[in-house]
Design a protein around this ligand. Structure first.
Ligand code: UD1
Length: 354
């Protein structure tokens, strides 16, 4: 059976690591990897393949950055030839990026079967490009691999129950594996942060936080006013938007670093006192690793993380200092995201329906 994975952005490489590993464990599976080139910086792409031991992509469409329509259109144009050549039994798309939507549309238009990994997540916020990508992908796909029961309920509410299988979350597979592998490794934090002391970790990259200069300034000023030294691993979009708006990211509590490799991120988060982010994946990683998280958004797709205040939505940046210094919850964190075997379940779901 031939599975063709379409990936392009950083969180998809983490999910791909789990899937590539599971595919290699099944003798009857041939796995083709297509990289759209949405993320192309070494720190946003290559290091993930190297650190997570993902086989090199078979195809790289090298589309690069652009407006949503141009970027997605370039991927669509590139995918036809790839699908004609490989004619996979399943095209596997991941998460909610422009690469997800392009892979889906290209395959369904050629009457090739599509499976959507991480199906059924919803923010119900139609301002987010990711929300359109995930809703459109779920409705076009033939098989919906849902990470949680909540995701299954969303799909059922949209009439998609018959195509849904709950597999658990593949990012959890990778996070738990990497967390035990980095045990005892030295922390790689930006200059000026004492790894032996209390520190927090932050990432900010969503359009809603970065693209309006006034909003971005409010977020950055709130981070700089924190009591705890903060390691800000800066996404290229954040750096570009701050520079264009004349906002200095470093200052006060904020120590700026480049985006880090996945094992370094996991290591930094598991020893941190707190996490501040607008990333979906990082909220969940903080939860899995037992670090309280403050999410700079109006809603989250990973609603289970909000239980017992392990994750808190902070809409007004002025409330960040109080949220970040709240005590660590003492309650147990139920295994909402599976037991680390979601990737094998996903591959087997495809094999059963090839
Ligand atoms: C994309 C996803 C988002 C995901 C995020 C993870 C969509 C709609 N969004 O957002 O869901 O959470 O990836 O990071 O697909 N850039 C570089 N080098 C790179 C990549 C990007 O410099 O390797 C810069 C470019 O200026 C680009 C900007 O970052 O225009 C935004 O990149 P893009 O891939 O369009 O979206 P992300 O914000 O990364």
């Amino acid at each position: 059976m031939k599975i063709l994975s379409v990936v392009g952005a950083r969180p998809q490489f983490v999910k791909l690591a789990a899937i590539a590993d599971a595919a290699a464990q099944r003798d009857d599976v041939e796995h083709i990897i297509v990289h759209t080139g949405q993320h192309y910086d070494a720190a946003m792409s290559d290091v993930f393949f190297a650190d997570l031991r993902i086989p090199a992509p078979d195809v790289n469409l090298a589309v690069g950055s652009g407006s949503h329509g141009r970027q997605t259109g370039a991927m669509l144009a590139g995918m036809d030839e790839v699908l004609e050549e490989h004619r996979p039994d399943w095209t596997l798309v991941y998460g909610d990026t422009n690469s997800t939507l392009a892979g889906t549309l290209a395959a369904v238009k050629m009457h090739l079967k599509v499976a959507h990994l991480e199906a059924g997540l919803r923010s119900f916020n139609r301002r987010m490009p990711e929300e359109h990508n995930r809703v459109l992908t779920d409705h076009a796909a033939d098989l919906l691999l849902a990470p949680t029961e909540v995701a299954r309920e969303h799909l059922a509410a949209e009439g998609l129950a018959a195509r849904t299988v709950v597999t658990g979350d593949v990012m959890t597979d990778v996070c738990l594996r990497v967390a035990s592998a980095v045990e005892g490794e030295p922390l790689r934090l930006p200059e000026g942060i004492d790894p032996a002391g209390d520190y927090a970790v932050a990432t900010i990259h969503r359009a809603d936080n970065t693209d309006d200069p006034a909003r971005l300034r409010a977020v950055v000023e709130a981070l700089q006013a924190l009591e705890t030294p903060l390691a800000l691993f800066a996404h290229p979009r954040l750096v570009a938007k701050a520079e264009a708006a004349g906002i200095a990211l470093a200052g006060g509590a904020v120590h700026v670093g480049a985006p880090v490799a996945y094992p370094d991120l996991v290591n930094a988060v598991q020893h941190a006192a707190a996490v501040v982010t607008d990333s979906g994946g990082l909220q969940k990683e903080a939860y899995l690793l037992g670090t309280p998280c403050s999410t700079v958004r109006t809603e989250t797709e990973w609603v289970e993380t909000l239980e017992d205040d392990w994750n808190r939505l902070v809409v007004d940046p002025a409330e960040l200092p109080a949220a970040v210094s709240r005590p660590r919850p003492t309650t147990a964190r139920p295994p909402h995201y599976g037991d680390g075997t979601a990737a094998l379940r996903s591959i087997d779901a495809l094999r059963e329906r090839a």
